[in-house]
Design a protein around this ligand. Structure first.
Ligand code: PLP
Length: 350
């Protein structure tokens, strides 16, 4: 066999447990648990088959997305999910031997992208109480890493840091490209936009996978100074976003009220969930995002498997530093969380 480049030979594939999830209550991937706006469904159904034979047009979506985020067109790039934007960032800015600085634990796709470029990874752990490790990051930033990723709120811990703190870090370190992964920001309202657009070293990631309910269609965005966005465009394929995603996104931007209602329902259900965990004396950590961490009493594997046997999926965090023994619980609607507690109560009472 022909060997791949060294960095790829050393890489383990990034696999997510995606199979066999249909028909279950999916509280494992932080997706929208109800689905997209009916207007999105209508728009997809209305695509005439001859359109399948034509490469998509991107101008209308580019303009609608820029309007949606309140930015100039040149300040926004379209990607096949935020994941493709993450890849493009490392493709465009990451070089062998340079340092990629991040936090731990955090979203699992940053590291493989950095390793693919043979970068060196420095991951500063969250504090013991899962607070943002500001001092640790400041110390590492003194060594002028090439790229810093801040996931805000962080997945999986939920840790939320203020926009001011991130802007301060970016301003104090102009030689580091600071990327703020804000794909859950709709649930928190905390964002470095629009201030990020005035910086030459700050990129922001957004996605329609979570709150908008379009995870399967794959659409993400990178926002920042036009020069940075331009460099990402240079390493991205010309037809990476398919026509279904284009139509779906246009319709979704026309019905933001649908998303607003969902986000509100999740906020309410999260408050209910936190209160229910508190009442049961179950350790949990709930900062930002449509998810939280739960340390169930008893054996984690038994509880996660028991939930699955009752038709409910959650994401085990077993073996992860700082959050070992917990599972990540996506927040859906109040009724869905009530269903979760029915199963959870039966399991922890055993
Ligand atoms: C923090 C974070 N960033 C990026 C992604 C990927 O998003 P997308 O579906 O837009 O590729 C995820 C998905 O779980 C995520 O949790």
């Amino acid at each position: 066999m022909i060997r791949a480049k060294d960095s790829v030979e050393k890489l383990a594939p990034y696999v997510a447990p995606l199979e066999g999830r249909r028909g279950m209550l999916r509280l494992d991937f932080n997706e929208n648990t109800l689905g997209p706006s009916p207007k999105v469904v209508e728009a997809i159904r209305a695509i005439p088959p001859e359109e399948y034979a034509i490469y998509p047009e991107y101008d209308p979506l580019h303009e609608a997305a820029a309007r949606h985020f309140g930015v100039a067109r040149e300040a926004l790039g379209l990607f096949n999910g935020a994941d493709a934007a993450i890849r493009a960032i490392f493709d465009a800015f990451g070089e062998e031997g340079q340092v990629f600085l991040t936090t731990a634990p955090t979203f699992g796709y940053y590291a493989p992208c950095a390793l693919q470029q043979a970068m060196q990874i420095v991951a500063v752990p969250y504090e013991d109480d899962l607070a943002f490790p500001l001092e640790g990051l400041r110390r590492e930033l003194e060594k002028r890493p090439r790229i810093l990723f801040i996931c805000n709120p962080n997945n999986p811990t939920g840790t939320l840091v203020s926009a001011e703190t991130i802007l301060e870090l970016a301003d104090a370190n102009p030689e580091t490209l600071v990327v703020v992964d804000e794909i859950y920001a709709t649930f928190t309202g905390v964002t470095v936009l629009p201030a990020a657009l005035e910086r030459e070293n700050l990129l922001v990631l957004r996605s329609l996978s979570k709150h908008t309910g379009l995870a399967a269609l794959r659409l993400g965005f990178a926002l920042g100074a036009p020069g940075l966005v331009d460099r990402l465009g240079r390493v991205t394929g010309p037809y990476d976003i398919n026509a279904f995603a284009v139509r779906a996104a246009l319709a979704a931007f026309e019905d933001t009220a649908h998303v607003d209602r969902y986000v509100e329902a999740v906020r309410e259900a999260k408050a209910f969930t936190v209160e229910a965990l508190r009442a049961r004396g179950v350790r949990h950590f709930a900062d930002g995002g449509n998810y939280l961490l739960v340390w169930p009493p008893g054996d984690l594997v038994e509880i996660v498997d028991g939930l699955r046997a009752r038709g409910i999926l959650v994401r085990s965090m077993t073996g992860k530093p700082l959050i070992d023994g917990s599972f990540r619980l996506t927040i859906g609607t109040r009724a869905q969380m009530e269903r979760f507690f029915e199963a959870f109560d039966a399991l922890i009472a055993r």
